[in-house]
Design a protein around this ligand. Structure first.
Ligand code: 8YV
Length: 350
């Protein structure tokens, strides 16, 4: 039975299923990692990871027989994919199956933030209703939603938002062709034209701190920031300052930089909706994600192509004509524009 290293918390039924065909080594919180790696490292052929916890170059380098990293997530920013792929290690993720649930949470946030639904619930539960009326919210219909990263999830949110009479605009790295949404050439342009800015692009080094003070100021005092992608994409201290100073109206956040730690300042703000990274947390979606992880691992060890490989993250000039990690997909040029000016390479929407 091939040996797999489990480095992230995963659904017990997935581990039980995999455990019938593979020897799984729990490496989530090892007391003595060095000793464990010396002992079993040379036998490990696969890693089980998540969107929060994936292997970096040091761990990948320790596992000479590593063939596959299967991530229980669509986002693969927690894994050093380029290092793995340069070594010919296949990386898989779980796209598509979670799109609907993530888009549903984003849509719920789009309704909750301007209608002050979180605040309203606290208002009632704490007994304030007996003494006074709550402040008014903002009508959602007619609002302009700016989507940063119009990938699978961004598009699914757009379709939902249109039903509510929301005007959808977006910024992405590539022209999207014939879509009924307006494309803006930079994040700043998009923020300026938005009442709500939804972060729906990939996490990772290329998008770290992309939503900064300037973007938040462009969003403006009546604007809401919504993030169901990755906490790292938003400069969290800039966001806290903008909220404190009233430079934006509010926020709805499912993800945080440094989660599960959430800054106390955010916890205290009434105009901020906070959830603990639950966008894909339904029985149905988690089951489908687990099935996809299982099917990818099973396919690989049966000598078949994996179902959902992460596209190559190796830069074109580095790639040449090499066949990388089970896919020949060349990396896409990324031009999400910081502050409306500088282009940089990276990845876009999930
Ligand atoms: C999961 C995620 O919550 O798919 C992603 O990128 O972040 C989430 O679906 C995460 O992988 C579970 O640890």
């Amino acid at each position: 039975m091939p040996d797999l290293l489990q480095i992230a918390m995963l659904p017990p039924d997935l581990i039980e299923r995999l455990g019938r065909d593979f020897t799984i080594h729990d490496f989530i919180d090892p007391k003595n990692p060095e000793q464990v790696l010396n002992e079993i490292g040379p036998r490990i052929r696969g890693i089980l990871a998540s969107g929060i916890r994936g292997p970096q170059a040091d761990l990948i380098g320790r596992l000479g027989q590593l063939e596959i990293i299967a991530s229980f997530s669509v986002g693969f920013d927690a894994t050093d994919v380029a290092t793995a792929q340069r070594r010919g290690v296949i990386v898989t993720h779980t796209p598509e199956v979670l799109t609907g649930d993530v888009a549903d949470l984003a849509m719920a946030f789009i309704l909750m933030a301007p209608r002050r639904i979180g605040e309203a619930e606290r208002f009632l539960r704490t007994g304030s209703w007996r003494h006074r009326r709550m402040d008014l919210g903002t009508t959602v219909k007619g609002q302009r939603l700016g989507i940063l990263g119009l990938g699978r999830i961004g598009k699914a949110v757009a379709r939902r938002a249109v039903v509510f009479g929301i005007h959808v605009n977006y910024h992405d790295i590539k022209p999207m062709g014939d879509l009924p949404y307006r494309s803006y050439p930079s994040i700043m342009d998009l923020a300026e034209a938005s009442d709500m800015l939804l972060v729906a692009c990939e996490g990772g080094a290329a998008t770290r701190g992309l939503v900064d003070t300037k973007v938040l100021e462009a969003l403006g005092p009546n604007g809401f920031l919504i993030n169901t992608a990755r906490g790292t994409i938003v400069d969290q201290s800039a966001l806290i300052t903008a909220l404190k100073d009233g430079r934006i109206a509010g926020a709805a956040l499912d993800v945080f930089d440094g989660e599960p730690r959430v800054p106390a300042e955010l916890m205290e703000m009434d105009n901020v909706v906070l959830t603990p990274h639950i966008a894909s947390s339904t029985h149905e979606t988690r089951r489908a994600m687990g099935d996809l992880v299982y099917d990818n691992i099973r396919a690989h060890f049966d000598g078949k192509p994996v179902l959902t490989p992460v596209p190559s993250q190796i830069l074109t000039n580095e790639l040449g004509s090499r066949h990388v990690a089970g896919t020949t997909t060349a990396p896409r040029d990324c031009t999400l524009r910081r502050g409306g000016s500088v282009d940089f390479r990276g990845r876009h929407s999930v």
